[in-house]
Ligand binder design. Structure first.
Ligand SMILES: Cc1cc2nc3c(=O)[nH]c(=O)nc-3n(C[C@H](O)[C@H](O)[C@H](O)COP(=O)(O)OP(=O)(O)OC[C@H]3O[C@@H](n4cnc5c(N)ncnc54)[C@H](O)[C@@H]3O)c2cc1C
Length: 645
């Protein structure tokens, strides 16, 4: 073994197993493992209470594991990550720093700058893929361009020549001596005194830490995976793996998850167990969505020139703080939405389907700025993960070619009967509706007075009336979309040259939840780069087009907008959108791109402009009279259209 000393900088890779940065450092000599907590650098993405609780438990777990292998984890609370790393280098005489990649916009900028600064003082820096099956810059289409739909992306991943492989954990660590100002897990300040009592409950349901993650994975793969295809849409109980917080903090290697599931797939294929095979396919697709979230953030990053969800930049948001409060508190009068929001508040957790329903409700029923919703999720989710959160909000708000259309408005009462047919989920989280018969549980406002009375429900007193009725919500959404188009057309007309257009987001400046404005400036390349190294996004102001505007393929009759207006918009704005979009921005892809990526404009589906289009206003009474089965069938058809569930 050589006498090299390496600083192993842990971030969201809190595990020993299949940790490439740790493995490389161990092979090279002695190691100095460090975790640096710098609240100032977290900015507006400072983690919420439950997420910090998780981190605290997980760090304590990692500390123990490293100790048992022979090395101490040094915990540092600081105002500057760079200066903390330099302190460690000075204290140990290390010549190298290693870490695993992160892809969220905040980390990309920080890591890039740290790498450059360390290189300037002669420290070798090496970074590795510890978070993904494939790096975002490894997956491109035949033309070398970034994929803009999930299915095509995932198909390419599954057909890569090399399957991802996991590394064995080190069995012994040689510590590098050195003393820096360090603190205990408690002193990091991840949990306030006032938060401790609320957090105590979390420990009953969750066991953070990498070796617990391993046990949960094994249990899931051995017992529940086989039924995943059947159970994954059930919103109550443990119908899915519950692995997301472990994956977020890197307590579990995604390569290991992939391999375990693949082994089962091979086995079930041999046994001709079609349900098992389908379950693995769907579970791997879920893992693929997590990969895709990183892929999109890397290949289509948001900047101050191009804000996230830019298709909504002219949307006339209703920044109503009372509505926001009602949504947060689970007092909208829609039982499924309220149950979800109460579960989130109480446990830091929600099923994917419920996340879709409550986020749609915030954006499309209440027209609340999506940034408010996203920030609230960030603050309250146990698995709060910037990339997955961004993907989720993009998916529901018409920003992805294969996500929901912006004008799609699903009724929470119909979704309730589909995803919570017996009303058990609602009863669990809304005790005030516990005695409502199943028939009325998802739409108590339609229930006869005698039924309400017998169930002890007094609408407007112990359970709210709907905050907005569905027909009004549809009408408001339609108007908002038209207004958005009008404003967009006017803005375009005001600028003769699209490239000079001043880009802003209508929701900028609303409360404190602005998304970070990030620019990576071109700089000379870092001397320590190798083939393993993290690529960084870069921006080009050419006419290239890499933004993720949606192409609306399918359209359900229930969700049609008035045809004449849509036709007009198609003429006015439909073709112009693509021209103003910036290029695909992955450094590696930008080099390869000579033409524009995709010219997906904010266009209107063909079917809308046909004479079959029924104006939205006609929906009121006839819509309510439709049979339940008919409505459910319609929604099932429409949900099949989305590639992402
Ligand atoms: C508006 C919205 C916000 C979201 N915010 C987050 C978030 O902050 N953090 C987060 O981890 N997930 C987020 N998701 C995705 C998804 O809801 C969760 O990953 C999933 O519910 C976690 O449960 P599980 O581990 O039991 O999932 P499983 O169904 O068992 O899936 C296994 C793993 O695949 C990944 N995965 C599954 N579905 C998705 C998805 N739709 N998008 C991305 N990855 C997925 C997760 O890592 C998950 O742990 C969000 C979804 C929406 C619609």
């Amino acid at each position: 073994m050589s006498s090299n000393k390496t600083i192993v900088w842990f971030r969201r890779d809190l595990r020993i197993d299949d940790n490439p940065a740790l493995a490389a450092a161990v092979k090279d000599g002695s190691i100095f493992p460090v975790y640096i907590w710098c609240p100032k650098e977290e900015g507006q993405f400072y983690p919420g209470r439950v997420s910090r609780w998780w981190l605290k438990q997980s760090l304590a777990h990692l500390e123990q594991s490293l100790k048992s292998l022979g090395a101490e984890l040094t915990l540092i609370k600081t105002e500057s990550t760079l200066s903390a790393l330099l302190d460690c280098i000075n204290a140990t005489g290390a010549t190298k720093v290693v870490f695993n990649h992160l892809y969220d916009p905040v980390s990309l900028v920080r890591d890039h700058s740290i790498k450059e600064k360390l290189a300037e003082v002669g420290i070798s820096v090496q970074s590795y893929n510890g978070d993904l099956l494939y790096e975002p810059w490894e997956i491109y289409d035949e033309k070398g361009q970034a994929f803009t739909t999930f299915n095509a992306y995932w198909d390419r991943c599954l057909n890569m020549k090399t399957e991802p492989i996991s590394l064995l954990p080190p069995w012994r660590l040689v510590p590098a001596a050195g003393t820096v100002e360090r603190c205990s897990v408690e002193d990091l300040g991840l949990e306030n005194e006032s938060e401790k009592s609320s957090n105590a409950l979390l420990g009953r349901g969750w066991s953070p830490g990498w070796s617990n993650a391993d046990k949960i994975l094994t249990e899931f793969v051995e017992k529940q995976l086989i039924n995943y295809s059947k159970n994954r849409l059930k919103v109550g109980g443990n119908s899915t793996s519950l692995l997301s917080p472990y994956l977020h903090f890197g307590e579990l290697s995604v390569r290991k998850v992939f391999q375990c599931a693949r082994m089962k797939q091979i086995l079930w294929k041999r046994e001709q167990n079609s349900q098992g095979e389908e379950s693995v396919t769907l579970f791997l697709k879920a893992i693929g969505l997590r990969e895709y979230s990183r892929y999109l953030c890397f290949n289509f990053p948001f900047t101050h020139e191009r804000s996230l969800l830019s298709n909504l930049r002219y949307f006339p948001w209703h920044a109503d703080t009372n509505h926001f409060k009602a949504w947060r508190q689970g007092r909208t009068g829609y039982p499924l939405v309220d149950a979800g929001m109460r579960e989130l508040w109480a446990t830091g957790w929600m099923h994917n389907r419920i996340r879709v329903i409550v986020s749609c409700f915030a954006v499309k029923f209440l027209l609340l700025p999506w940034k408010w919703g996203m920030k609230y999720f960030w603050d309250t989710l146990l698995d709060a993960d910037l990339e997955c959160d961004i993907l989720g909000w993009q998916y529901i708000s018409g920003s992805l070619p294969d996500g929901h259309e912006l004008e799609r408005l699903d009724s929470p009462e119909i979704q309730g009967s589909k995803f919570d047919p017996e009303g058990e989920y609602v009863r669990q989280w809304l005790p005030e509706l516990a005695r409502m018969p199943t028939e009325w549980i998802h739409h108590p406002w339609d229930a006869p007075l005698t039924v309400l009375k017998a169930a002890g429900v007094e609408l407007g007193l112990n359970y709210p009336k709907p905050i907005i009725d569905i027909d009004t919500a549809r009408e408001r959404l339609t108007q908002a979309i038209f207004k958005m188009w009008e404003t967009e057309a006017a803005a375009k007309a005001a600028t003769s040259d699209g490239m000079n257009e001043e880009v802003f987001d209508n929701s900028d400046g609303m409360e404190t939840s602005a998304i970070p404005k990030i620019v990576l400036k071109e700089k000379s390349s870092c001397p320590t780069y190798s083939s393993n190294d993290q690529k960084v996004p870069s921006f080009h102001n050419g006419n290239n087009n890499g933004s993720l505007n949606r192409k609306r393929a399918k359209f359900v009759e229930e969700e049609r907008l008035p045809a004449d207006k849509l036709k007009n918009h198609d003429k006015e704005a439909g073709t112009s959108r693509g021209e103003e979009d910036l290029c695909s921005t992955a450094e590696s892809s930008a080099k390869r791109q000579s033409t524009s990526t995709s010219r997906m404009s904010f266009s209107v589906p063909q079917s809308c402009s046909s004479s079959e289009g029924r104006p939205l206003q006609e929906y009121d009474s006839s819509e309510l009279k439709r049979s339940w089965q008919e409505k459910i069938d319609l929604e099932q058809t429409s949900s099949k259209n989305g590639a992402m569930r």
